[in-house]
Ligand binder design. Structure first.
Ligand code: KG4
Ligand code: ZN
Length: 362
């Protein structure tokens, strides 16, 4: 089966000859299939940092949109159909052959079990067939490290990861050395965007839609709650905010007429909370580099607020490049490459772990 060109998208990549990359440097192929994106990337370390030689994403968003969210069984079947042609295309795009690849990696968690299984089994199959090492990668480590892909190393930093399933503040001292400072006690930031989007009858996923409408609205129209969580100041809670939006909608005669103001007020409450707690964590840890990653990091208003807040404190804010912000295999390839350079391969009987924790890294 071949994927037609409109079924996948390419991220900006570099050709082998372009950057003086030689065959002495390791090359790794990675697969990401933790949710509703099938993605494959090939990375190679170059003289001045790693280069993505190819990076393809086949998104299923259009399929799941009709159900208002991801249907695991449908996602898994689509991954299984798309994975082989996508791997073939990634190898062609990179201008290499399968036996030139030194190692394979795949996301092993967290994510949807049936989706994870497809990518992990396929990558382990490639490693078995070629006799090359295999690395299971934590999806959240992929997001965490994505702002450093061009740099190729991981300096001490404070990481804010905001995705559909997670809201995490992480004290990262070096590659593989991570400590949780804060996390959500209920809904993740992206989940809150998606649930409020559904309440407002916006298409899935709600995040980008809410951002679009928020641009036309006044963030001060409704004062939605910012949960400070006094006893746990670095943890997050977004379910009260979601309920406050619901109650507000029930009070309005014509919620659609105030869509932009509701979106702007909701978004402002999420951003305020994220920025305030991130700055507090930076102050507590003394980190001078803050990173923002995960799908919600696409939000321009969040980027701007966090940039201003960091600037005021003399902190460097590092963002992920846009094409690597929502789920993709480039970030898994980078985490896989660092694993290949720094630790032993995983045994080929390693399984998926839908609840894999970042601190469970080896
Ligand atoms: O990291 P990601 O692609 O997948 C997960 O690992 O979850 O994040 C997806 C999440 C969704 O909840 C989506 O609504 C949110 O990222 N998102 C946004 C924006 N773009 C994507 N949220 C707010 N504003 C955006 N522009
Ligand atoms: Zn993700």
């Amino acid at each position: 089966m071949h994927l037609s060109a409109n079924l996948f998208s390419r991220i900006l990549t570099f050709s082998l000859s372009e950057k003086g990359i030689t065959s002495a440097q390791p090359m790794l192929l990675a697969i990401e299939s933790s949710c509703d994106e099938t993605a494959v990337a090939i990375i190679r370390r170059g003289p001045d940092g790693p280069y993505l030689l190819s990076s393809l994403i086949s998104s299923q968003i259009e399929i799941h949109r009709q159900y208002g969210g991801v249907v695991p069984e449908v996602a898994c079947r689509n991954h299984a159909q798309r994975i082989r042609p996508l791997v073939q295309q990634a190898i062609i795009d990179a201008g290499v052959t399968l036996d030139q690849i030194d190692a394979f990696a795949a996301t092993r968690g967290p994510g949807l079990a049936s989706s994870l299984l497809v990518g992990l089994a396929y990558a382990k199959g490639l490693a078995t067939a070629t006799g090359k090492p295999f690395y299971g990668v934590n999806h959240m480590e992929g997001h965490l490290l994505s702002p450093f892909l061009e740099l190729g190393t991981v300096p001490p930093h404070l990481g804010l990861i905001v995705s559909g399933g997670h809201t995490l503040l992480i004290d990262a001292q070096s590659h593989g050395n991570y400590q949780f400072l804060g996390r959500t006690i209920d809904d993740a930031a992206g989940e809150a965007f998606d649930k409020v989007g559904r309440m407002l009858q916006l298409p899935y996923p709600g995040g980008p839609e809410i951002e679009k409408h928020a641009r036309e609205g006044n963030p001060k129209t409704f004062r939605f709650p910012r949960a400070p969580l006094k006893d746990r100041p670095l943890d997050f809670s977004f379910s009260g905010l979601k309920t406050a939006v619901l109650y507000q909608l029930q009070k309005l005669d014509d919620p659609q007429a105030q869509l932009a103001d509701i979106c702007a007020s909701f978004q402002a409450a999420v951003i305020d909370t994220l920025v305030r707690k991130t700055l507090l964590a930076a102050e507590k840890t003394g980190h001078k580099i803050v990173t923002l990653s995960g799908g919600v990091a696409c939000n321009k208003a969040l980027q701007e607020e966090l940039r201003l807040a960091c600037q005021n404190e003399g902190i460097e804010l590092r963002l992920t490049r846009p094409a690597l912000t929502t789920d993709n295999a480039g970030m898994i390839a980078f985490a896989g490459l660092l694993a290949h350079e720094n630790r032993k391969p995983d045994p080929l009987n390693i399984g998926i772990d839908p609840n894999l924790s970042l601190t469970a890294l080896r």
